[in-house]
Design a protein around this ligand. Structure first.
Ligand code: FAD
Ligand code: SF4
Length: 570
């Protein structure tokens, strides 16, 4: 095992979501002079009331990574959560290590959380040390790329960004790859990032969506080479199927990993130390090493990818995993690189093992959404987290932390979330997220919940998805309209309405589905604002047709839901 000296040249800071031996922070690492610093601290599990699966995921992966670091001969200073004298926060632990090891400088890969970046920067400043923050190679783009792409644009939508990246990286393109740099990549990579500060120009919120690009045409005249595979960029229209009445037959088994001794120790620690926190570890089976993450990837490519696209938006009661990849935590903790994931999916297409609609749909999530939300986060923070465009002021229902609701779809999504730390995208957007949006919950309370409960939750990806895409808190920067629907949408996508005490077709009365009531209540409450949005015209027109008595009925029922008379499990 590598020995620690009492003074070092470079101290490399590694956070719980930076578990990659090849990260930029290790460039030039010399075990004879340098050391690695990692710390498990309670604050990262209590600043939001983190669920047990999320805490265990991070701690188990960190401890396995520590083993890998030592095996690679890299001197490591590692503080465990239950070490006597653990100071409880990253900042105080780092300060203490700086006092002991007296490093000449600090190096880290760009963090995934503005708050953490700021606090470590303050520690470095306080100690009079330079903190070099290096680009994160676990993304195709830098934040500078995104800022440059966004600069001067009338609209800021995923589609343009995604197409440009496909062309630039030659992903699912017939004509090959554009030369690096043609996307106006801002500044050269490898320059210093100021952690927590937006790079480049700021983006304007609430700008109108521009005209659509035609398949295969260059965007803004800047990109030239390459036509998309299959002649179109987007197969979304083919990717909205629900399962038939019989449900999903022959679902492949999910890749699970029996906790080893190290993980079992972490599970015991979390159960002891965070006993009051939500969630359970009884079925913890996530990949916590790079080898396990690679097995998960291969399992997905071989068994689920072919039907991923077709059932991307589907729901089924009691079936949390469906045809999704379950790779988000491995990607976000940097056990997997998005390039190897995208390449594996593309190779499956070229080998005839998966259809284009699935492969494009999957790659869009990673090369598109994942890069795009990161750009939004870093160009909008720190103000973004405070936005509340709809002035939503309701508290989050307490049963979000327990699953104690009689709404079948929500009960299903919440209990699986607390059990596994996982829900697929449509459950997050159109079940848990839709309900809080319609109810009018403060986006900051919704954000704190999403950041706490999912094993893949890191703020750079969670916040734009929650506050922007799901809650419309940014007033339209991310989504061109609020994602609102009645319970009939959930029914259509396979939700458990048949076994629910409510009826998705009913708007008022004792059996009215709370989603349906709250949908109409939402449209009534925001009628003036929504009238200005052409994409909401039809829905707003329907509200105008309601009689006074119907409006009154909706309001009364909505009030009963808000006050907890409806929806709470007795
Ligand atoms: P798949 O459906 O198999 O998708 C493949 C991969 O694409 C994912 O692993 C993920 O890396 C990426 N991806 C898919 N959708 C998105 C997206 N909208 N934004 C960014 N990446 C995406 N994702 C997180 O990784 N962490 C979060 O904390 C998170 N919070 C969310 C909160 C809300 C309200 C919503 C609506 C979505 C959130 N997402 C988050 C995005 C998405 O729901 C998850 O990435 C996905 O459900 C993870 O499951 P999977 O790996 O099976 O994904
Ligand atoms: Fe959910 Fe409404 Fe369907 Fe019940 S009836 S499962 S609450 S959508």
């Amino acid at each position: 095992m590598a020995e620690l000296r009492t003074s070092v040249r470079t101290l490399v800071i590694v956070l719980g979501d930076q578990l990659d031996l090849d990260a930029a922070a290790f460039d030039g690492f010399d075990p004879a002079h340098d050391a690695v610093w990692m710390a498990e601290v309670a604050e990262e599990s209590t600043h939001v009331w983190s669920a047990k699966p999320r805490i265990a995921m991070f701690l188990a992966a960190m401890r396995h990574f520590a083993v890998a670091l030592r095996a690679a001969g890299r001197p490591l200073h590692y503080t465990q959560l239950d070490d006597p004298g653990n100071r409880g926060s990253l900042a105080t632990e780092l300060q203490a290590t700086i006092t002991t090891l007296k490093p000449q400088r600090l190096v880290m890969t760009a963090p995934g959380d503005w708050r953490v970046g700021q606090s470590l920067k303050a520690v470095a400043e306080g100690a009079g040390l330079a903190l070099e923050v290096r680009d994160d190679r676990h993304f195709y783009t830098t934040v500078r790329d995104f800022a440059a792409h966004a600069k001067g644009r009338k609209s800021l939508r995923l589609e343009y960004f995604y197409r440009a990246l496909r062309q630039r990286h030659g992903v699912l393109m017939k004509g090959g790859q554009l030369e690096r740099g043609k996307l106006q990549a801002g500044q050269p990579e490898g320059g210093r990032l100021k952690a927590g500060q937006p790079e480049g120009g700021r983006l304007q919120a609430g700008q109108p969506e521009g005209g659509r690009l035609q398949a295969g045409q260059p965007e803004g005249g800047r990109l030239q080479a390459g036509q998309p595979e299959g002649g179109q960029w987007n197969f979304d229209a083919d990717n909205r199927e629900a399962f038939g009445k019989a449900g999903p037959l022959g679902l492949p088994a999910r890749a699970t990993f029996e906790p080893d001794a190290l993980t079992r120790k972490v599970i015991a620690l979390v159960n002891r130390h965070f006993a009051q926190h939500p969630g359970s570890l009884d079925s913890f089976a996530w990949p916590v090493t790079r080898d396990e993450a690679l097995q998960s990837l291969h399992n997905f490519i071989d068994q689920r990818l072919p039907l991923f696209g077709r059932y991307e938006d589907a729901i089924w009661p009691g079936e949390p995993w469906l045809y999704h990849s379950h790779l988000s935590a491995a990607l976000n903790l940097k056990l997997l690189n998005p390039r190897e994931v995208v390449q594996a999916a593309e190779a499956a297409y070229h080998a005839g093992r998966a259809p284009l609609q699935s492969v494009e749909g999957f790659i869009r999530q990673i090369l598109g959404w994942r890069e795009y939300v990161r750009g939004i986060y870093w160009t909008q923070m720190p103000g973004y987290v405070e936005l509340n465009a709809l002035n939503a002021q309701q508290d989050l229902p307490a049963w979000y932390w327990t699953g104690g609701t009689d709404m079948a779809c929500l009960h299903d999504a919440l209990t699986q979330t607390l059990q596994h730390g996982y829900a697929h995208h449509i459950q997050r957007l159109m079940v848990t997220g839709l309900f809080t949006l319609l109810l009018g919950v403060r986006p900051q309370a919704v954000h704190a919940w999403y950041l706490a409960v999912y094993v893949d939750a890191v703020e750079w990806v969670e916040l734009p998805n929650t506050l922007g895409m799901s809650q419309y808190g940014d007033g339209g920067l991310m989504a061109s309209k609020p994602y609102v629907a009645t319970g009939k949408y959930i029914q259509r996508m396979g939700g458990p309405c048949a076994g629910c005490r409510y009826d998705p077709a009913l708007r008022e009365g004792e059996r009215a589905c709370p989603y349906t009531t709250l949908y109409w209540d939402f449209l009534m409450r925001h009628e003036t604002l929504l009238q200005k949005n052409p994409r909401m015209a039809l829905q707003v027109k329907n509200v105008a047709r309601l009689s006074d008595a119907q409006r009154q009925g909706v309001r009364q029922r909505a009030q009963a839901i808000r006050s907890g008379e409806v929806g709470v499990l007795a």
